[in-house]
Write a protein that binds this ligand. Sequence first.
Ligand code: CO
Length: 235
Amino acid sequence: MPHRLRDLLERNRRWAEGVEAERPGFFTGLLQQQAPQYLWIGCADSRVPANEILGLLPGDVFVHRNVANVVVHSDLNALSVMQYAIDQLHVRHIIVVGHYGCGGVTAALHGRRIGIVDNWLRHVQDVRNKHRPFLDGLAGDDVRLQALCELNVLEQSLNVCETTVVQDAWTRGQSVVVHGWVYGLHDGLLQDLEVTVRGPDDVLPAYRAALAALQRRHREPAAALSDRGSPAARS
Ligand code: CO
């Protein structure tokens, strides 16, 4: 539903009035400080807005978004956001949020050419290639896409854990918990993929357990009757 730009400004005024009516002094209170507890790393997709999905107001969640919620070790943008969120704002949770039906993940899965973003999506193709035997063993493109959306969350969560920023926080004894969630465009609901990491010793056990659960979930419909010992089912 398109809006004219003037309508957007009018909608903004009504929204601000509504917030202020419900919580008098809300905006002047935010002037003093922001103290969000959460850093959300999500997809740029317009259907996955962090605050609305969580039912949170301005000031509650620090947000970084890019195409397909990718965390790259040399991405100064993402690293700067993470360092500011951890060192200055002392967020307690970093949540990597993927979503089903992600256009970026779909393009990566099928090697579809779009433009400059192809180079960015190479990182998601790395995830695809890493898990190729498992993905190839799944029944159909829909299941493969769902699985890759989840796998991408797991891998990007792992990347978050491995950044110097998070490692340094843990070394100092600062409490930072990393989570991986996936969002359903069709029902508006978030699911915890249970790759929850509280410190360096949790990283690999949490990743392995979450990966095993993910593989079980996606294989089950096909694997229930078929040979579980096949190469595709074991990888
Ligand atoms: Co997306």
